[in-house]
Design a protein around this ligand. Structure first.
Ligand SMILES: [Zn+2]
Length: 306
């Protein structure tokens, strides 16, 4: 169903991710620190830089391309993703991010991207959170959220359509080094922009080349409290914080629970519309729908009748 994730080890000093050319390395080529936790009594041993033991820092990357494919597989979602181009009132008022002058300029610069209404315009948001509350004020997690601006304004900031794409584990704030962690996401977004990916559209029943662009970032500027879009993001981050069930591994429990919720949501939508294959229709179906002579009929008497 495309709900897989990748666990990528990282240097505890935020220098590199252990992928591509660094995948087989045991210690960071820039600062020389081992990627695994080293016990104090192993400090002097020659095995200090071995790959044994739990990793010091892990990045959880929830692959975005299979998630885009799953989104388009649902006919209703695929229809909503094109609502910004179909049948909207275009009177110069800003009712949707696509009405903004910036996006209109981008559409003029890249007409091939604009031609396909299903191409995704994305926003990226992040904020730190502390899964331990007052027990440990130092630990901070950084979930990276993707907002799909193609959806109507009343849907795009809803919990269901805000995608958790990354979880950067603590214990420290990543500050400017967050770009190191964003590299897997940037690779996938670059692929979506340059080549596009083949996606099946469940609404129009056809396969097409989906492209995506990162249109804006949603930031938490403390002094611009009245201008920011962070309310929905902060509310969502609070929900993610509630997913912490194992205080020894907060990131793992948040990501696992998010994926479980995604799977349940997708299956329940899928099964609701699916026709049972090879199963006889129940003779009680008609009654449940309110037809037939027997069933639960609630009769509300009028005032006159009483
Ligand atoms: Zn390093």
């Amino acid at each position: 169903m495309g709900m897989e994730y990748q666990k990528i080890h990282a240097c505890p000093n935020d220098c590199i991710l252990y992928k591509h050319e660094f995948q087989e390395m045991h210690k960071c080529p820039r600062c020389g620190v081992s990627q695994c936790k080293v016990k104090d009594d192993d400090e002097c041993s020659s095995d200090k830089n071995s790959k044994k033991g739990p990793p010091t820092k892990v990045l959880w990357y929830l692959l975005i391309i299979p998630r885009f494919k799953r989104l388009f597989a649902n006919g209703d979602d695929a229809k909503d993703l094109t609502c910004h181009a179909n049948g909207r009132n275009c009177d110069g008022m800003i009712r949707h991010p696509t009405d903004s002058s910036q996006l209109k300029k981008i559409d003029c610069l890249y007409p091939s991207f604009d031609k396909e209404a299903r191409n995704l315009r994305l926003g990226l948001a992040t904020d730190g959170m502390n899964p331990y509350g007052s027990f440990n004020t130092q630990h901070s997690l950084w979930p990276i959220l993707l907002v799909i601006l193609n959806f109507p304004p009343w849907l795009c900031m809803k919990r269901k359509y805000m995608m958790l794409s990354m979880m950067i584990s603590g214990p420290r704030q990543s500050r400017n080094d967050i770009d190191v962690y964003l590299s897997p996401l940037i690779e996938d977004l670059t692929k979506c922009w340059d080549e596009g990916v083949l996606v099946f559209d469940g609404f129009q029943n056809e396969t097409f080349h989906l492209r995506a662009m990162l249109f804006c970032t949603i930031n938490d500027f403390a002094t611009y409290g009245n201008l920011r879009w962070m309310y929905s993001v902060e509310r969502y981050i609070k929900i993610l914080k509630g997913y912490t069930k194992n205080l020894h591994r907060p990131e793992a429990s948040i990501v696992e629970r998010y994926i479980a919720e995604e799977a349940i949501e997708f299956c329940s939508e899928y099964i609701e519309k699916a026709k049972p294959v090879g199963l006889l229709e129940s003779r009680h179906d008609e009654r449940v729908r309110g037809k037939g002579s027997r069933g639960l009929h609630v009769i509300t008497p009028s005032v006159e009748g009483l």
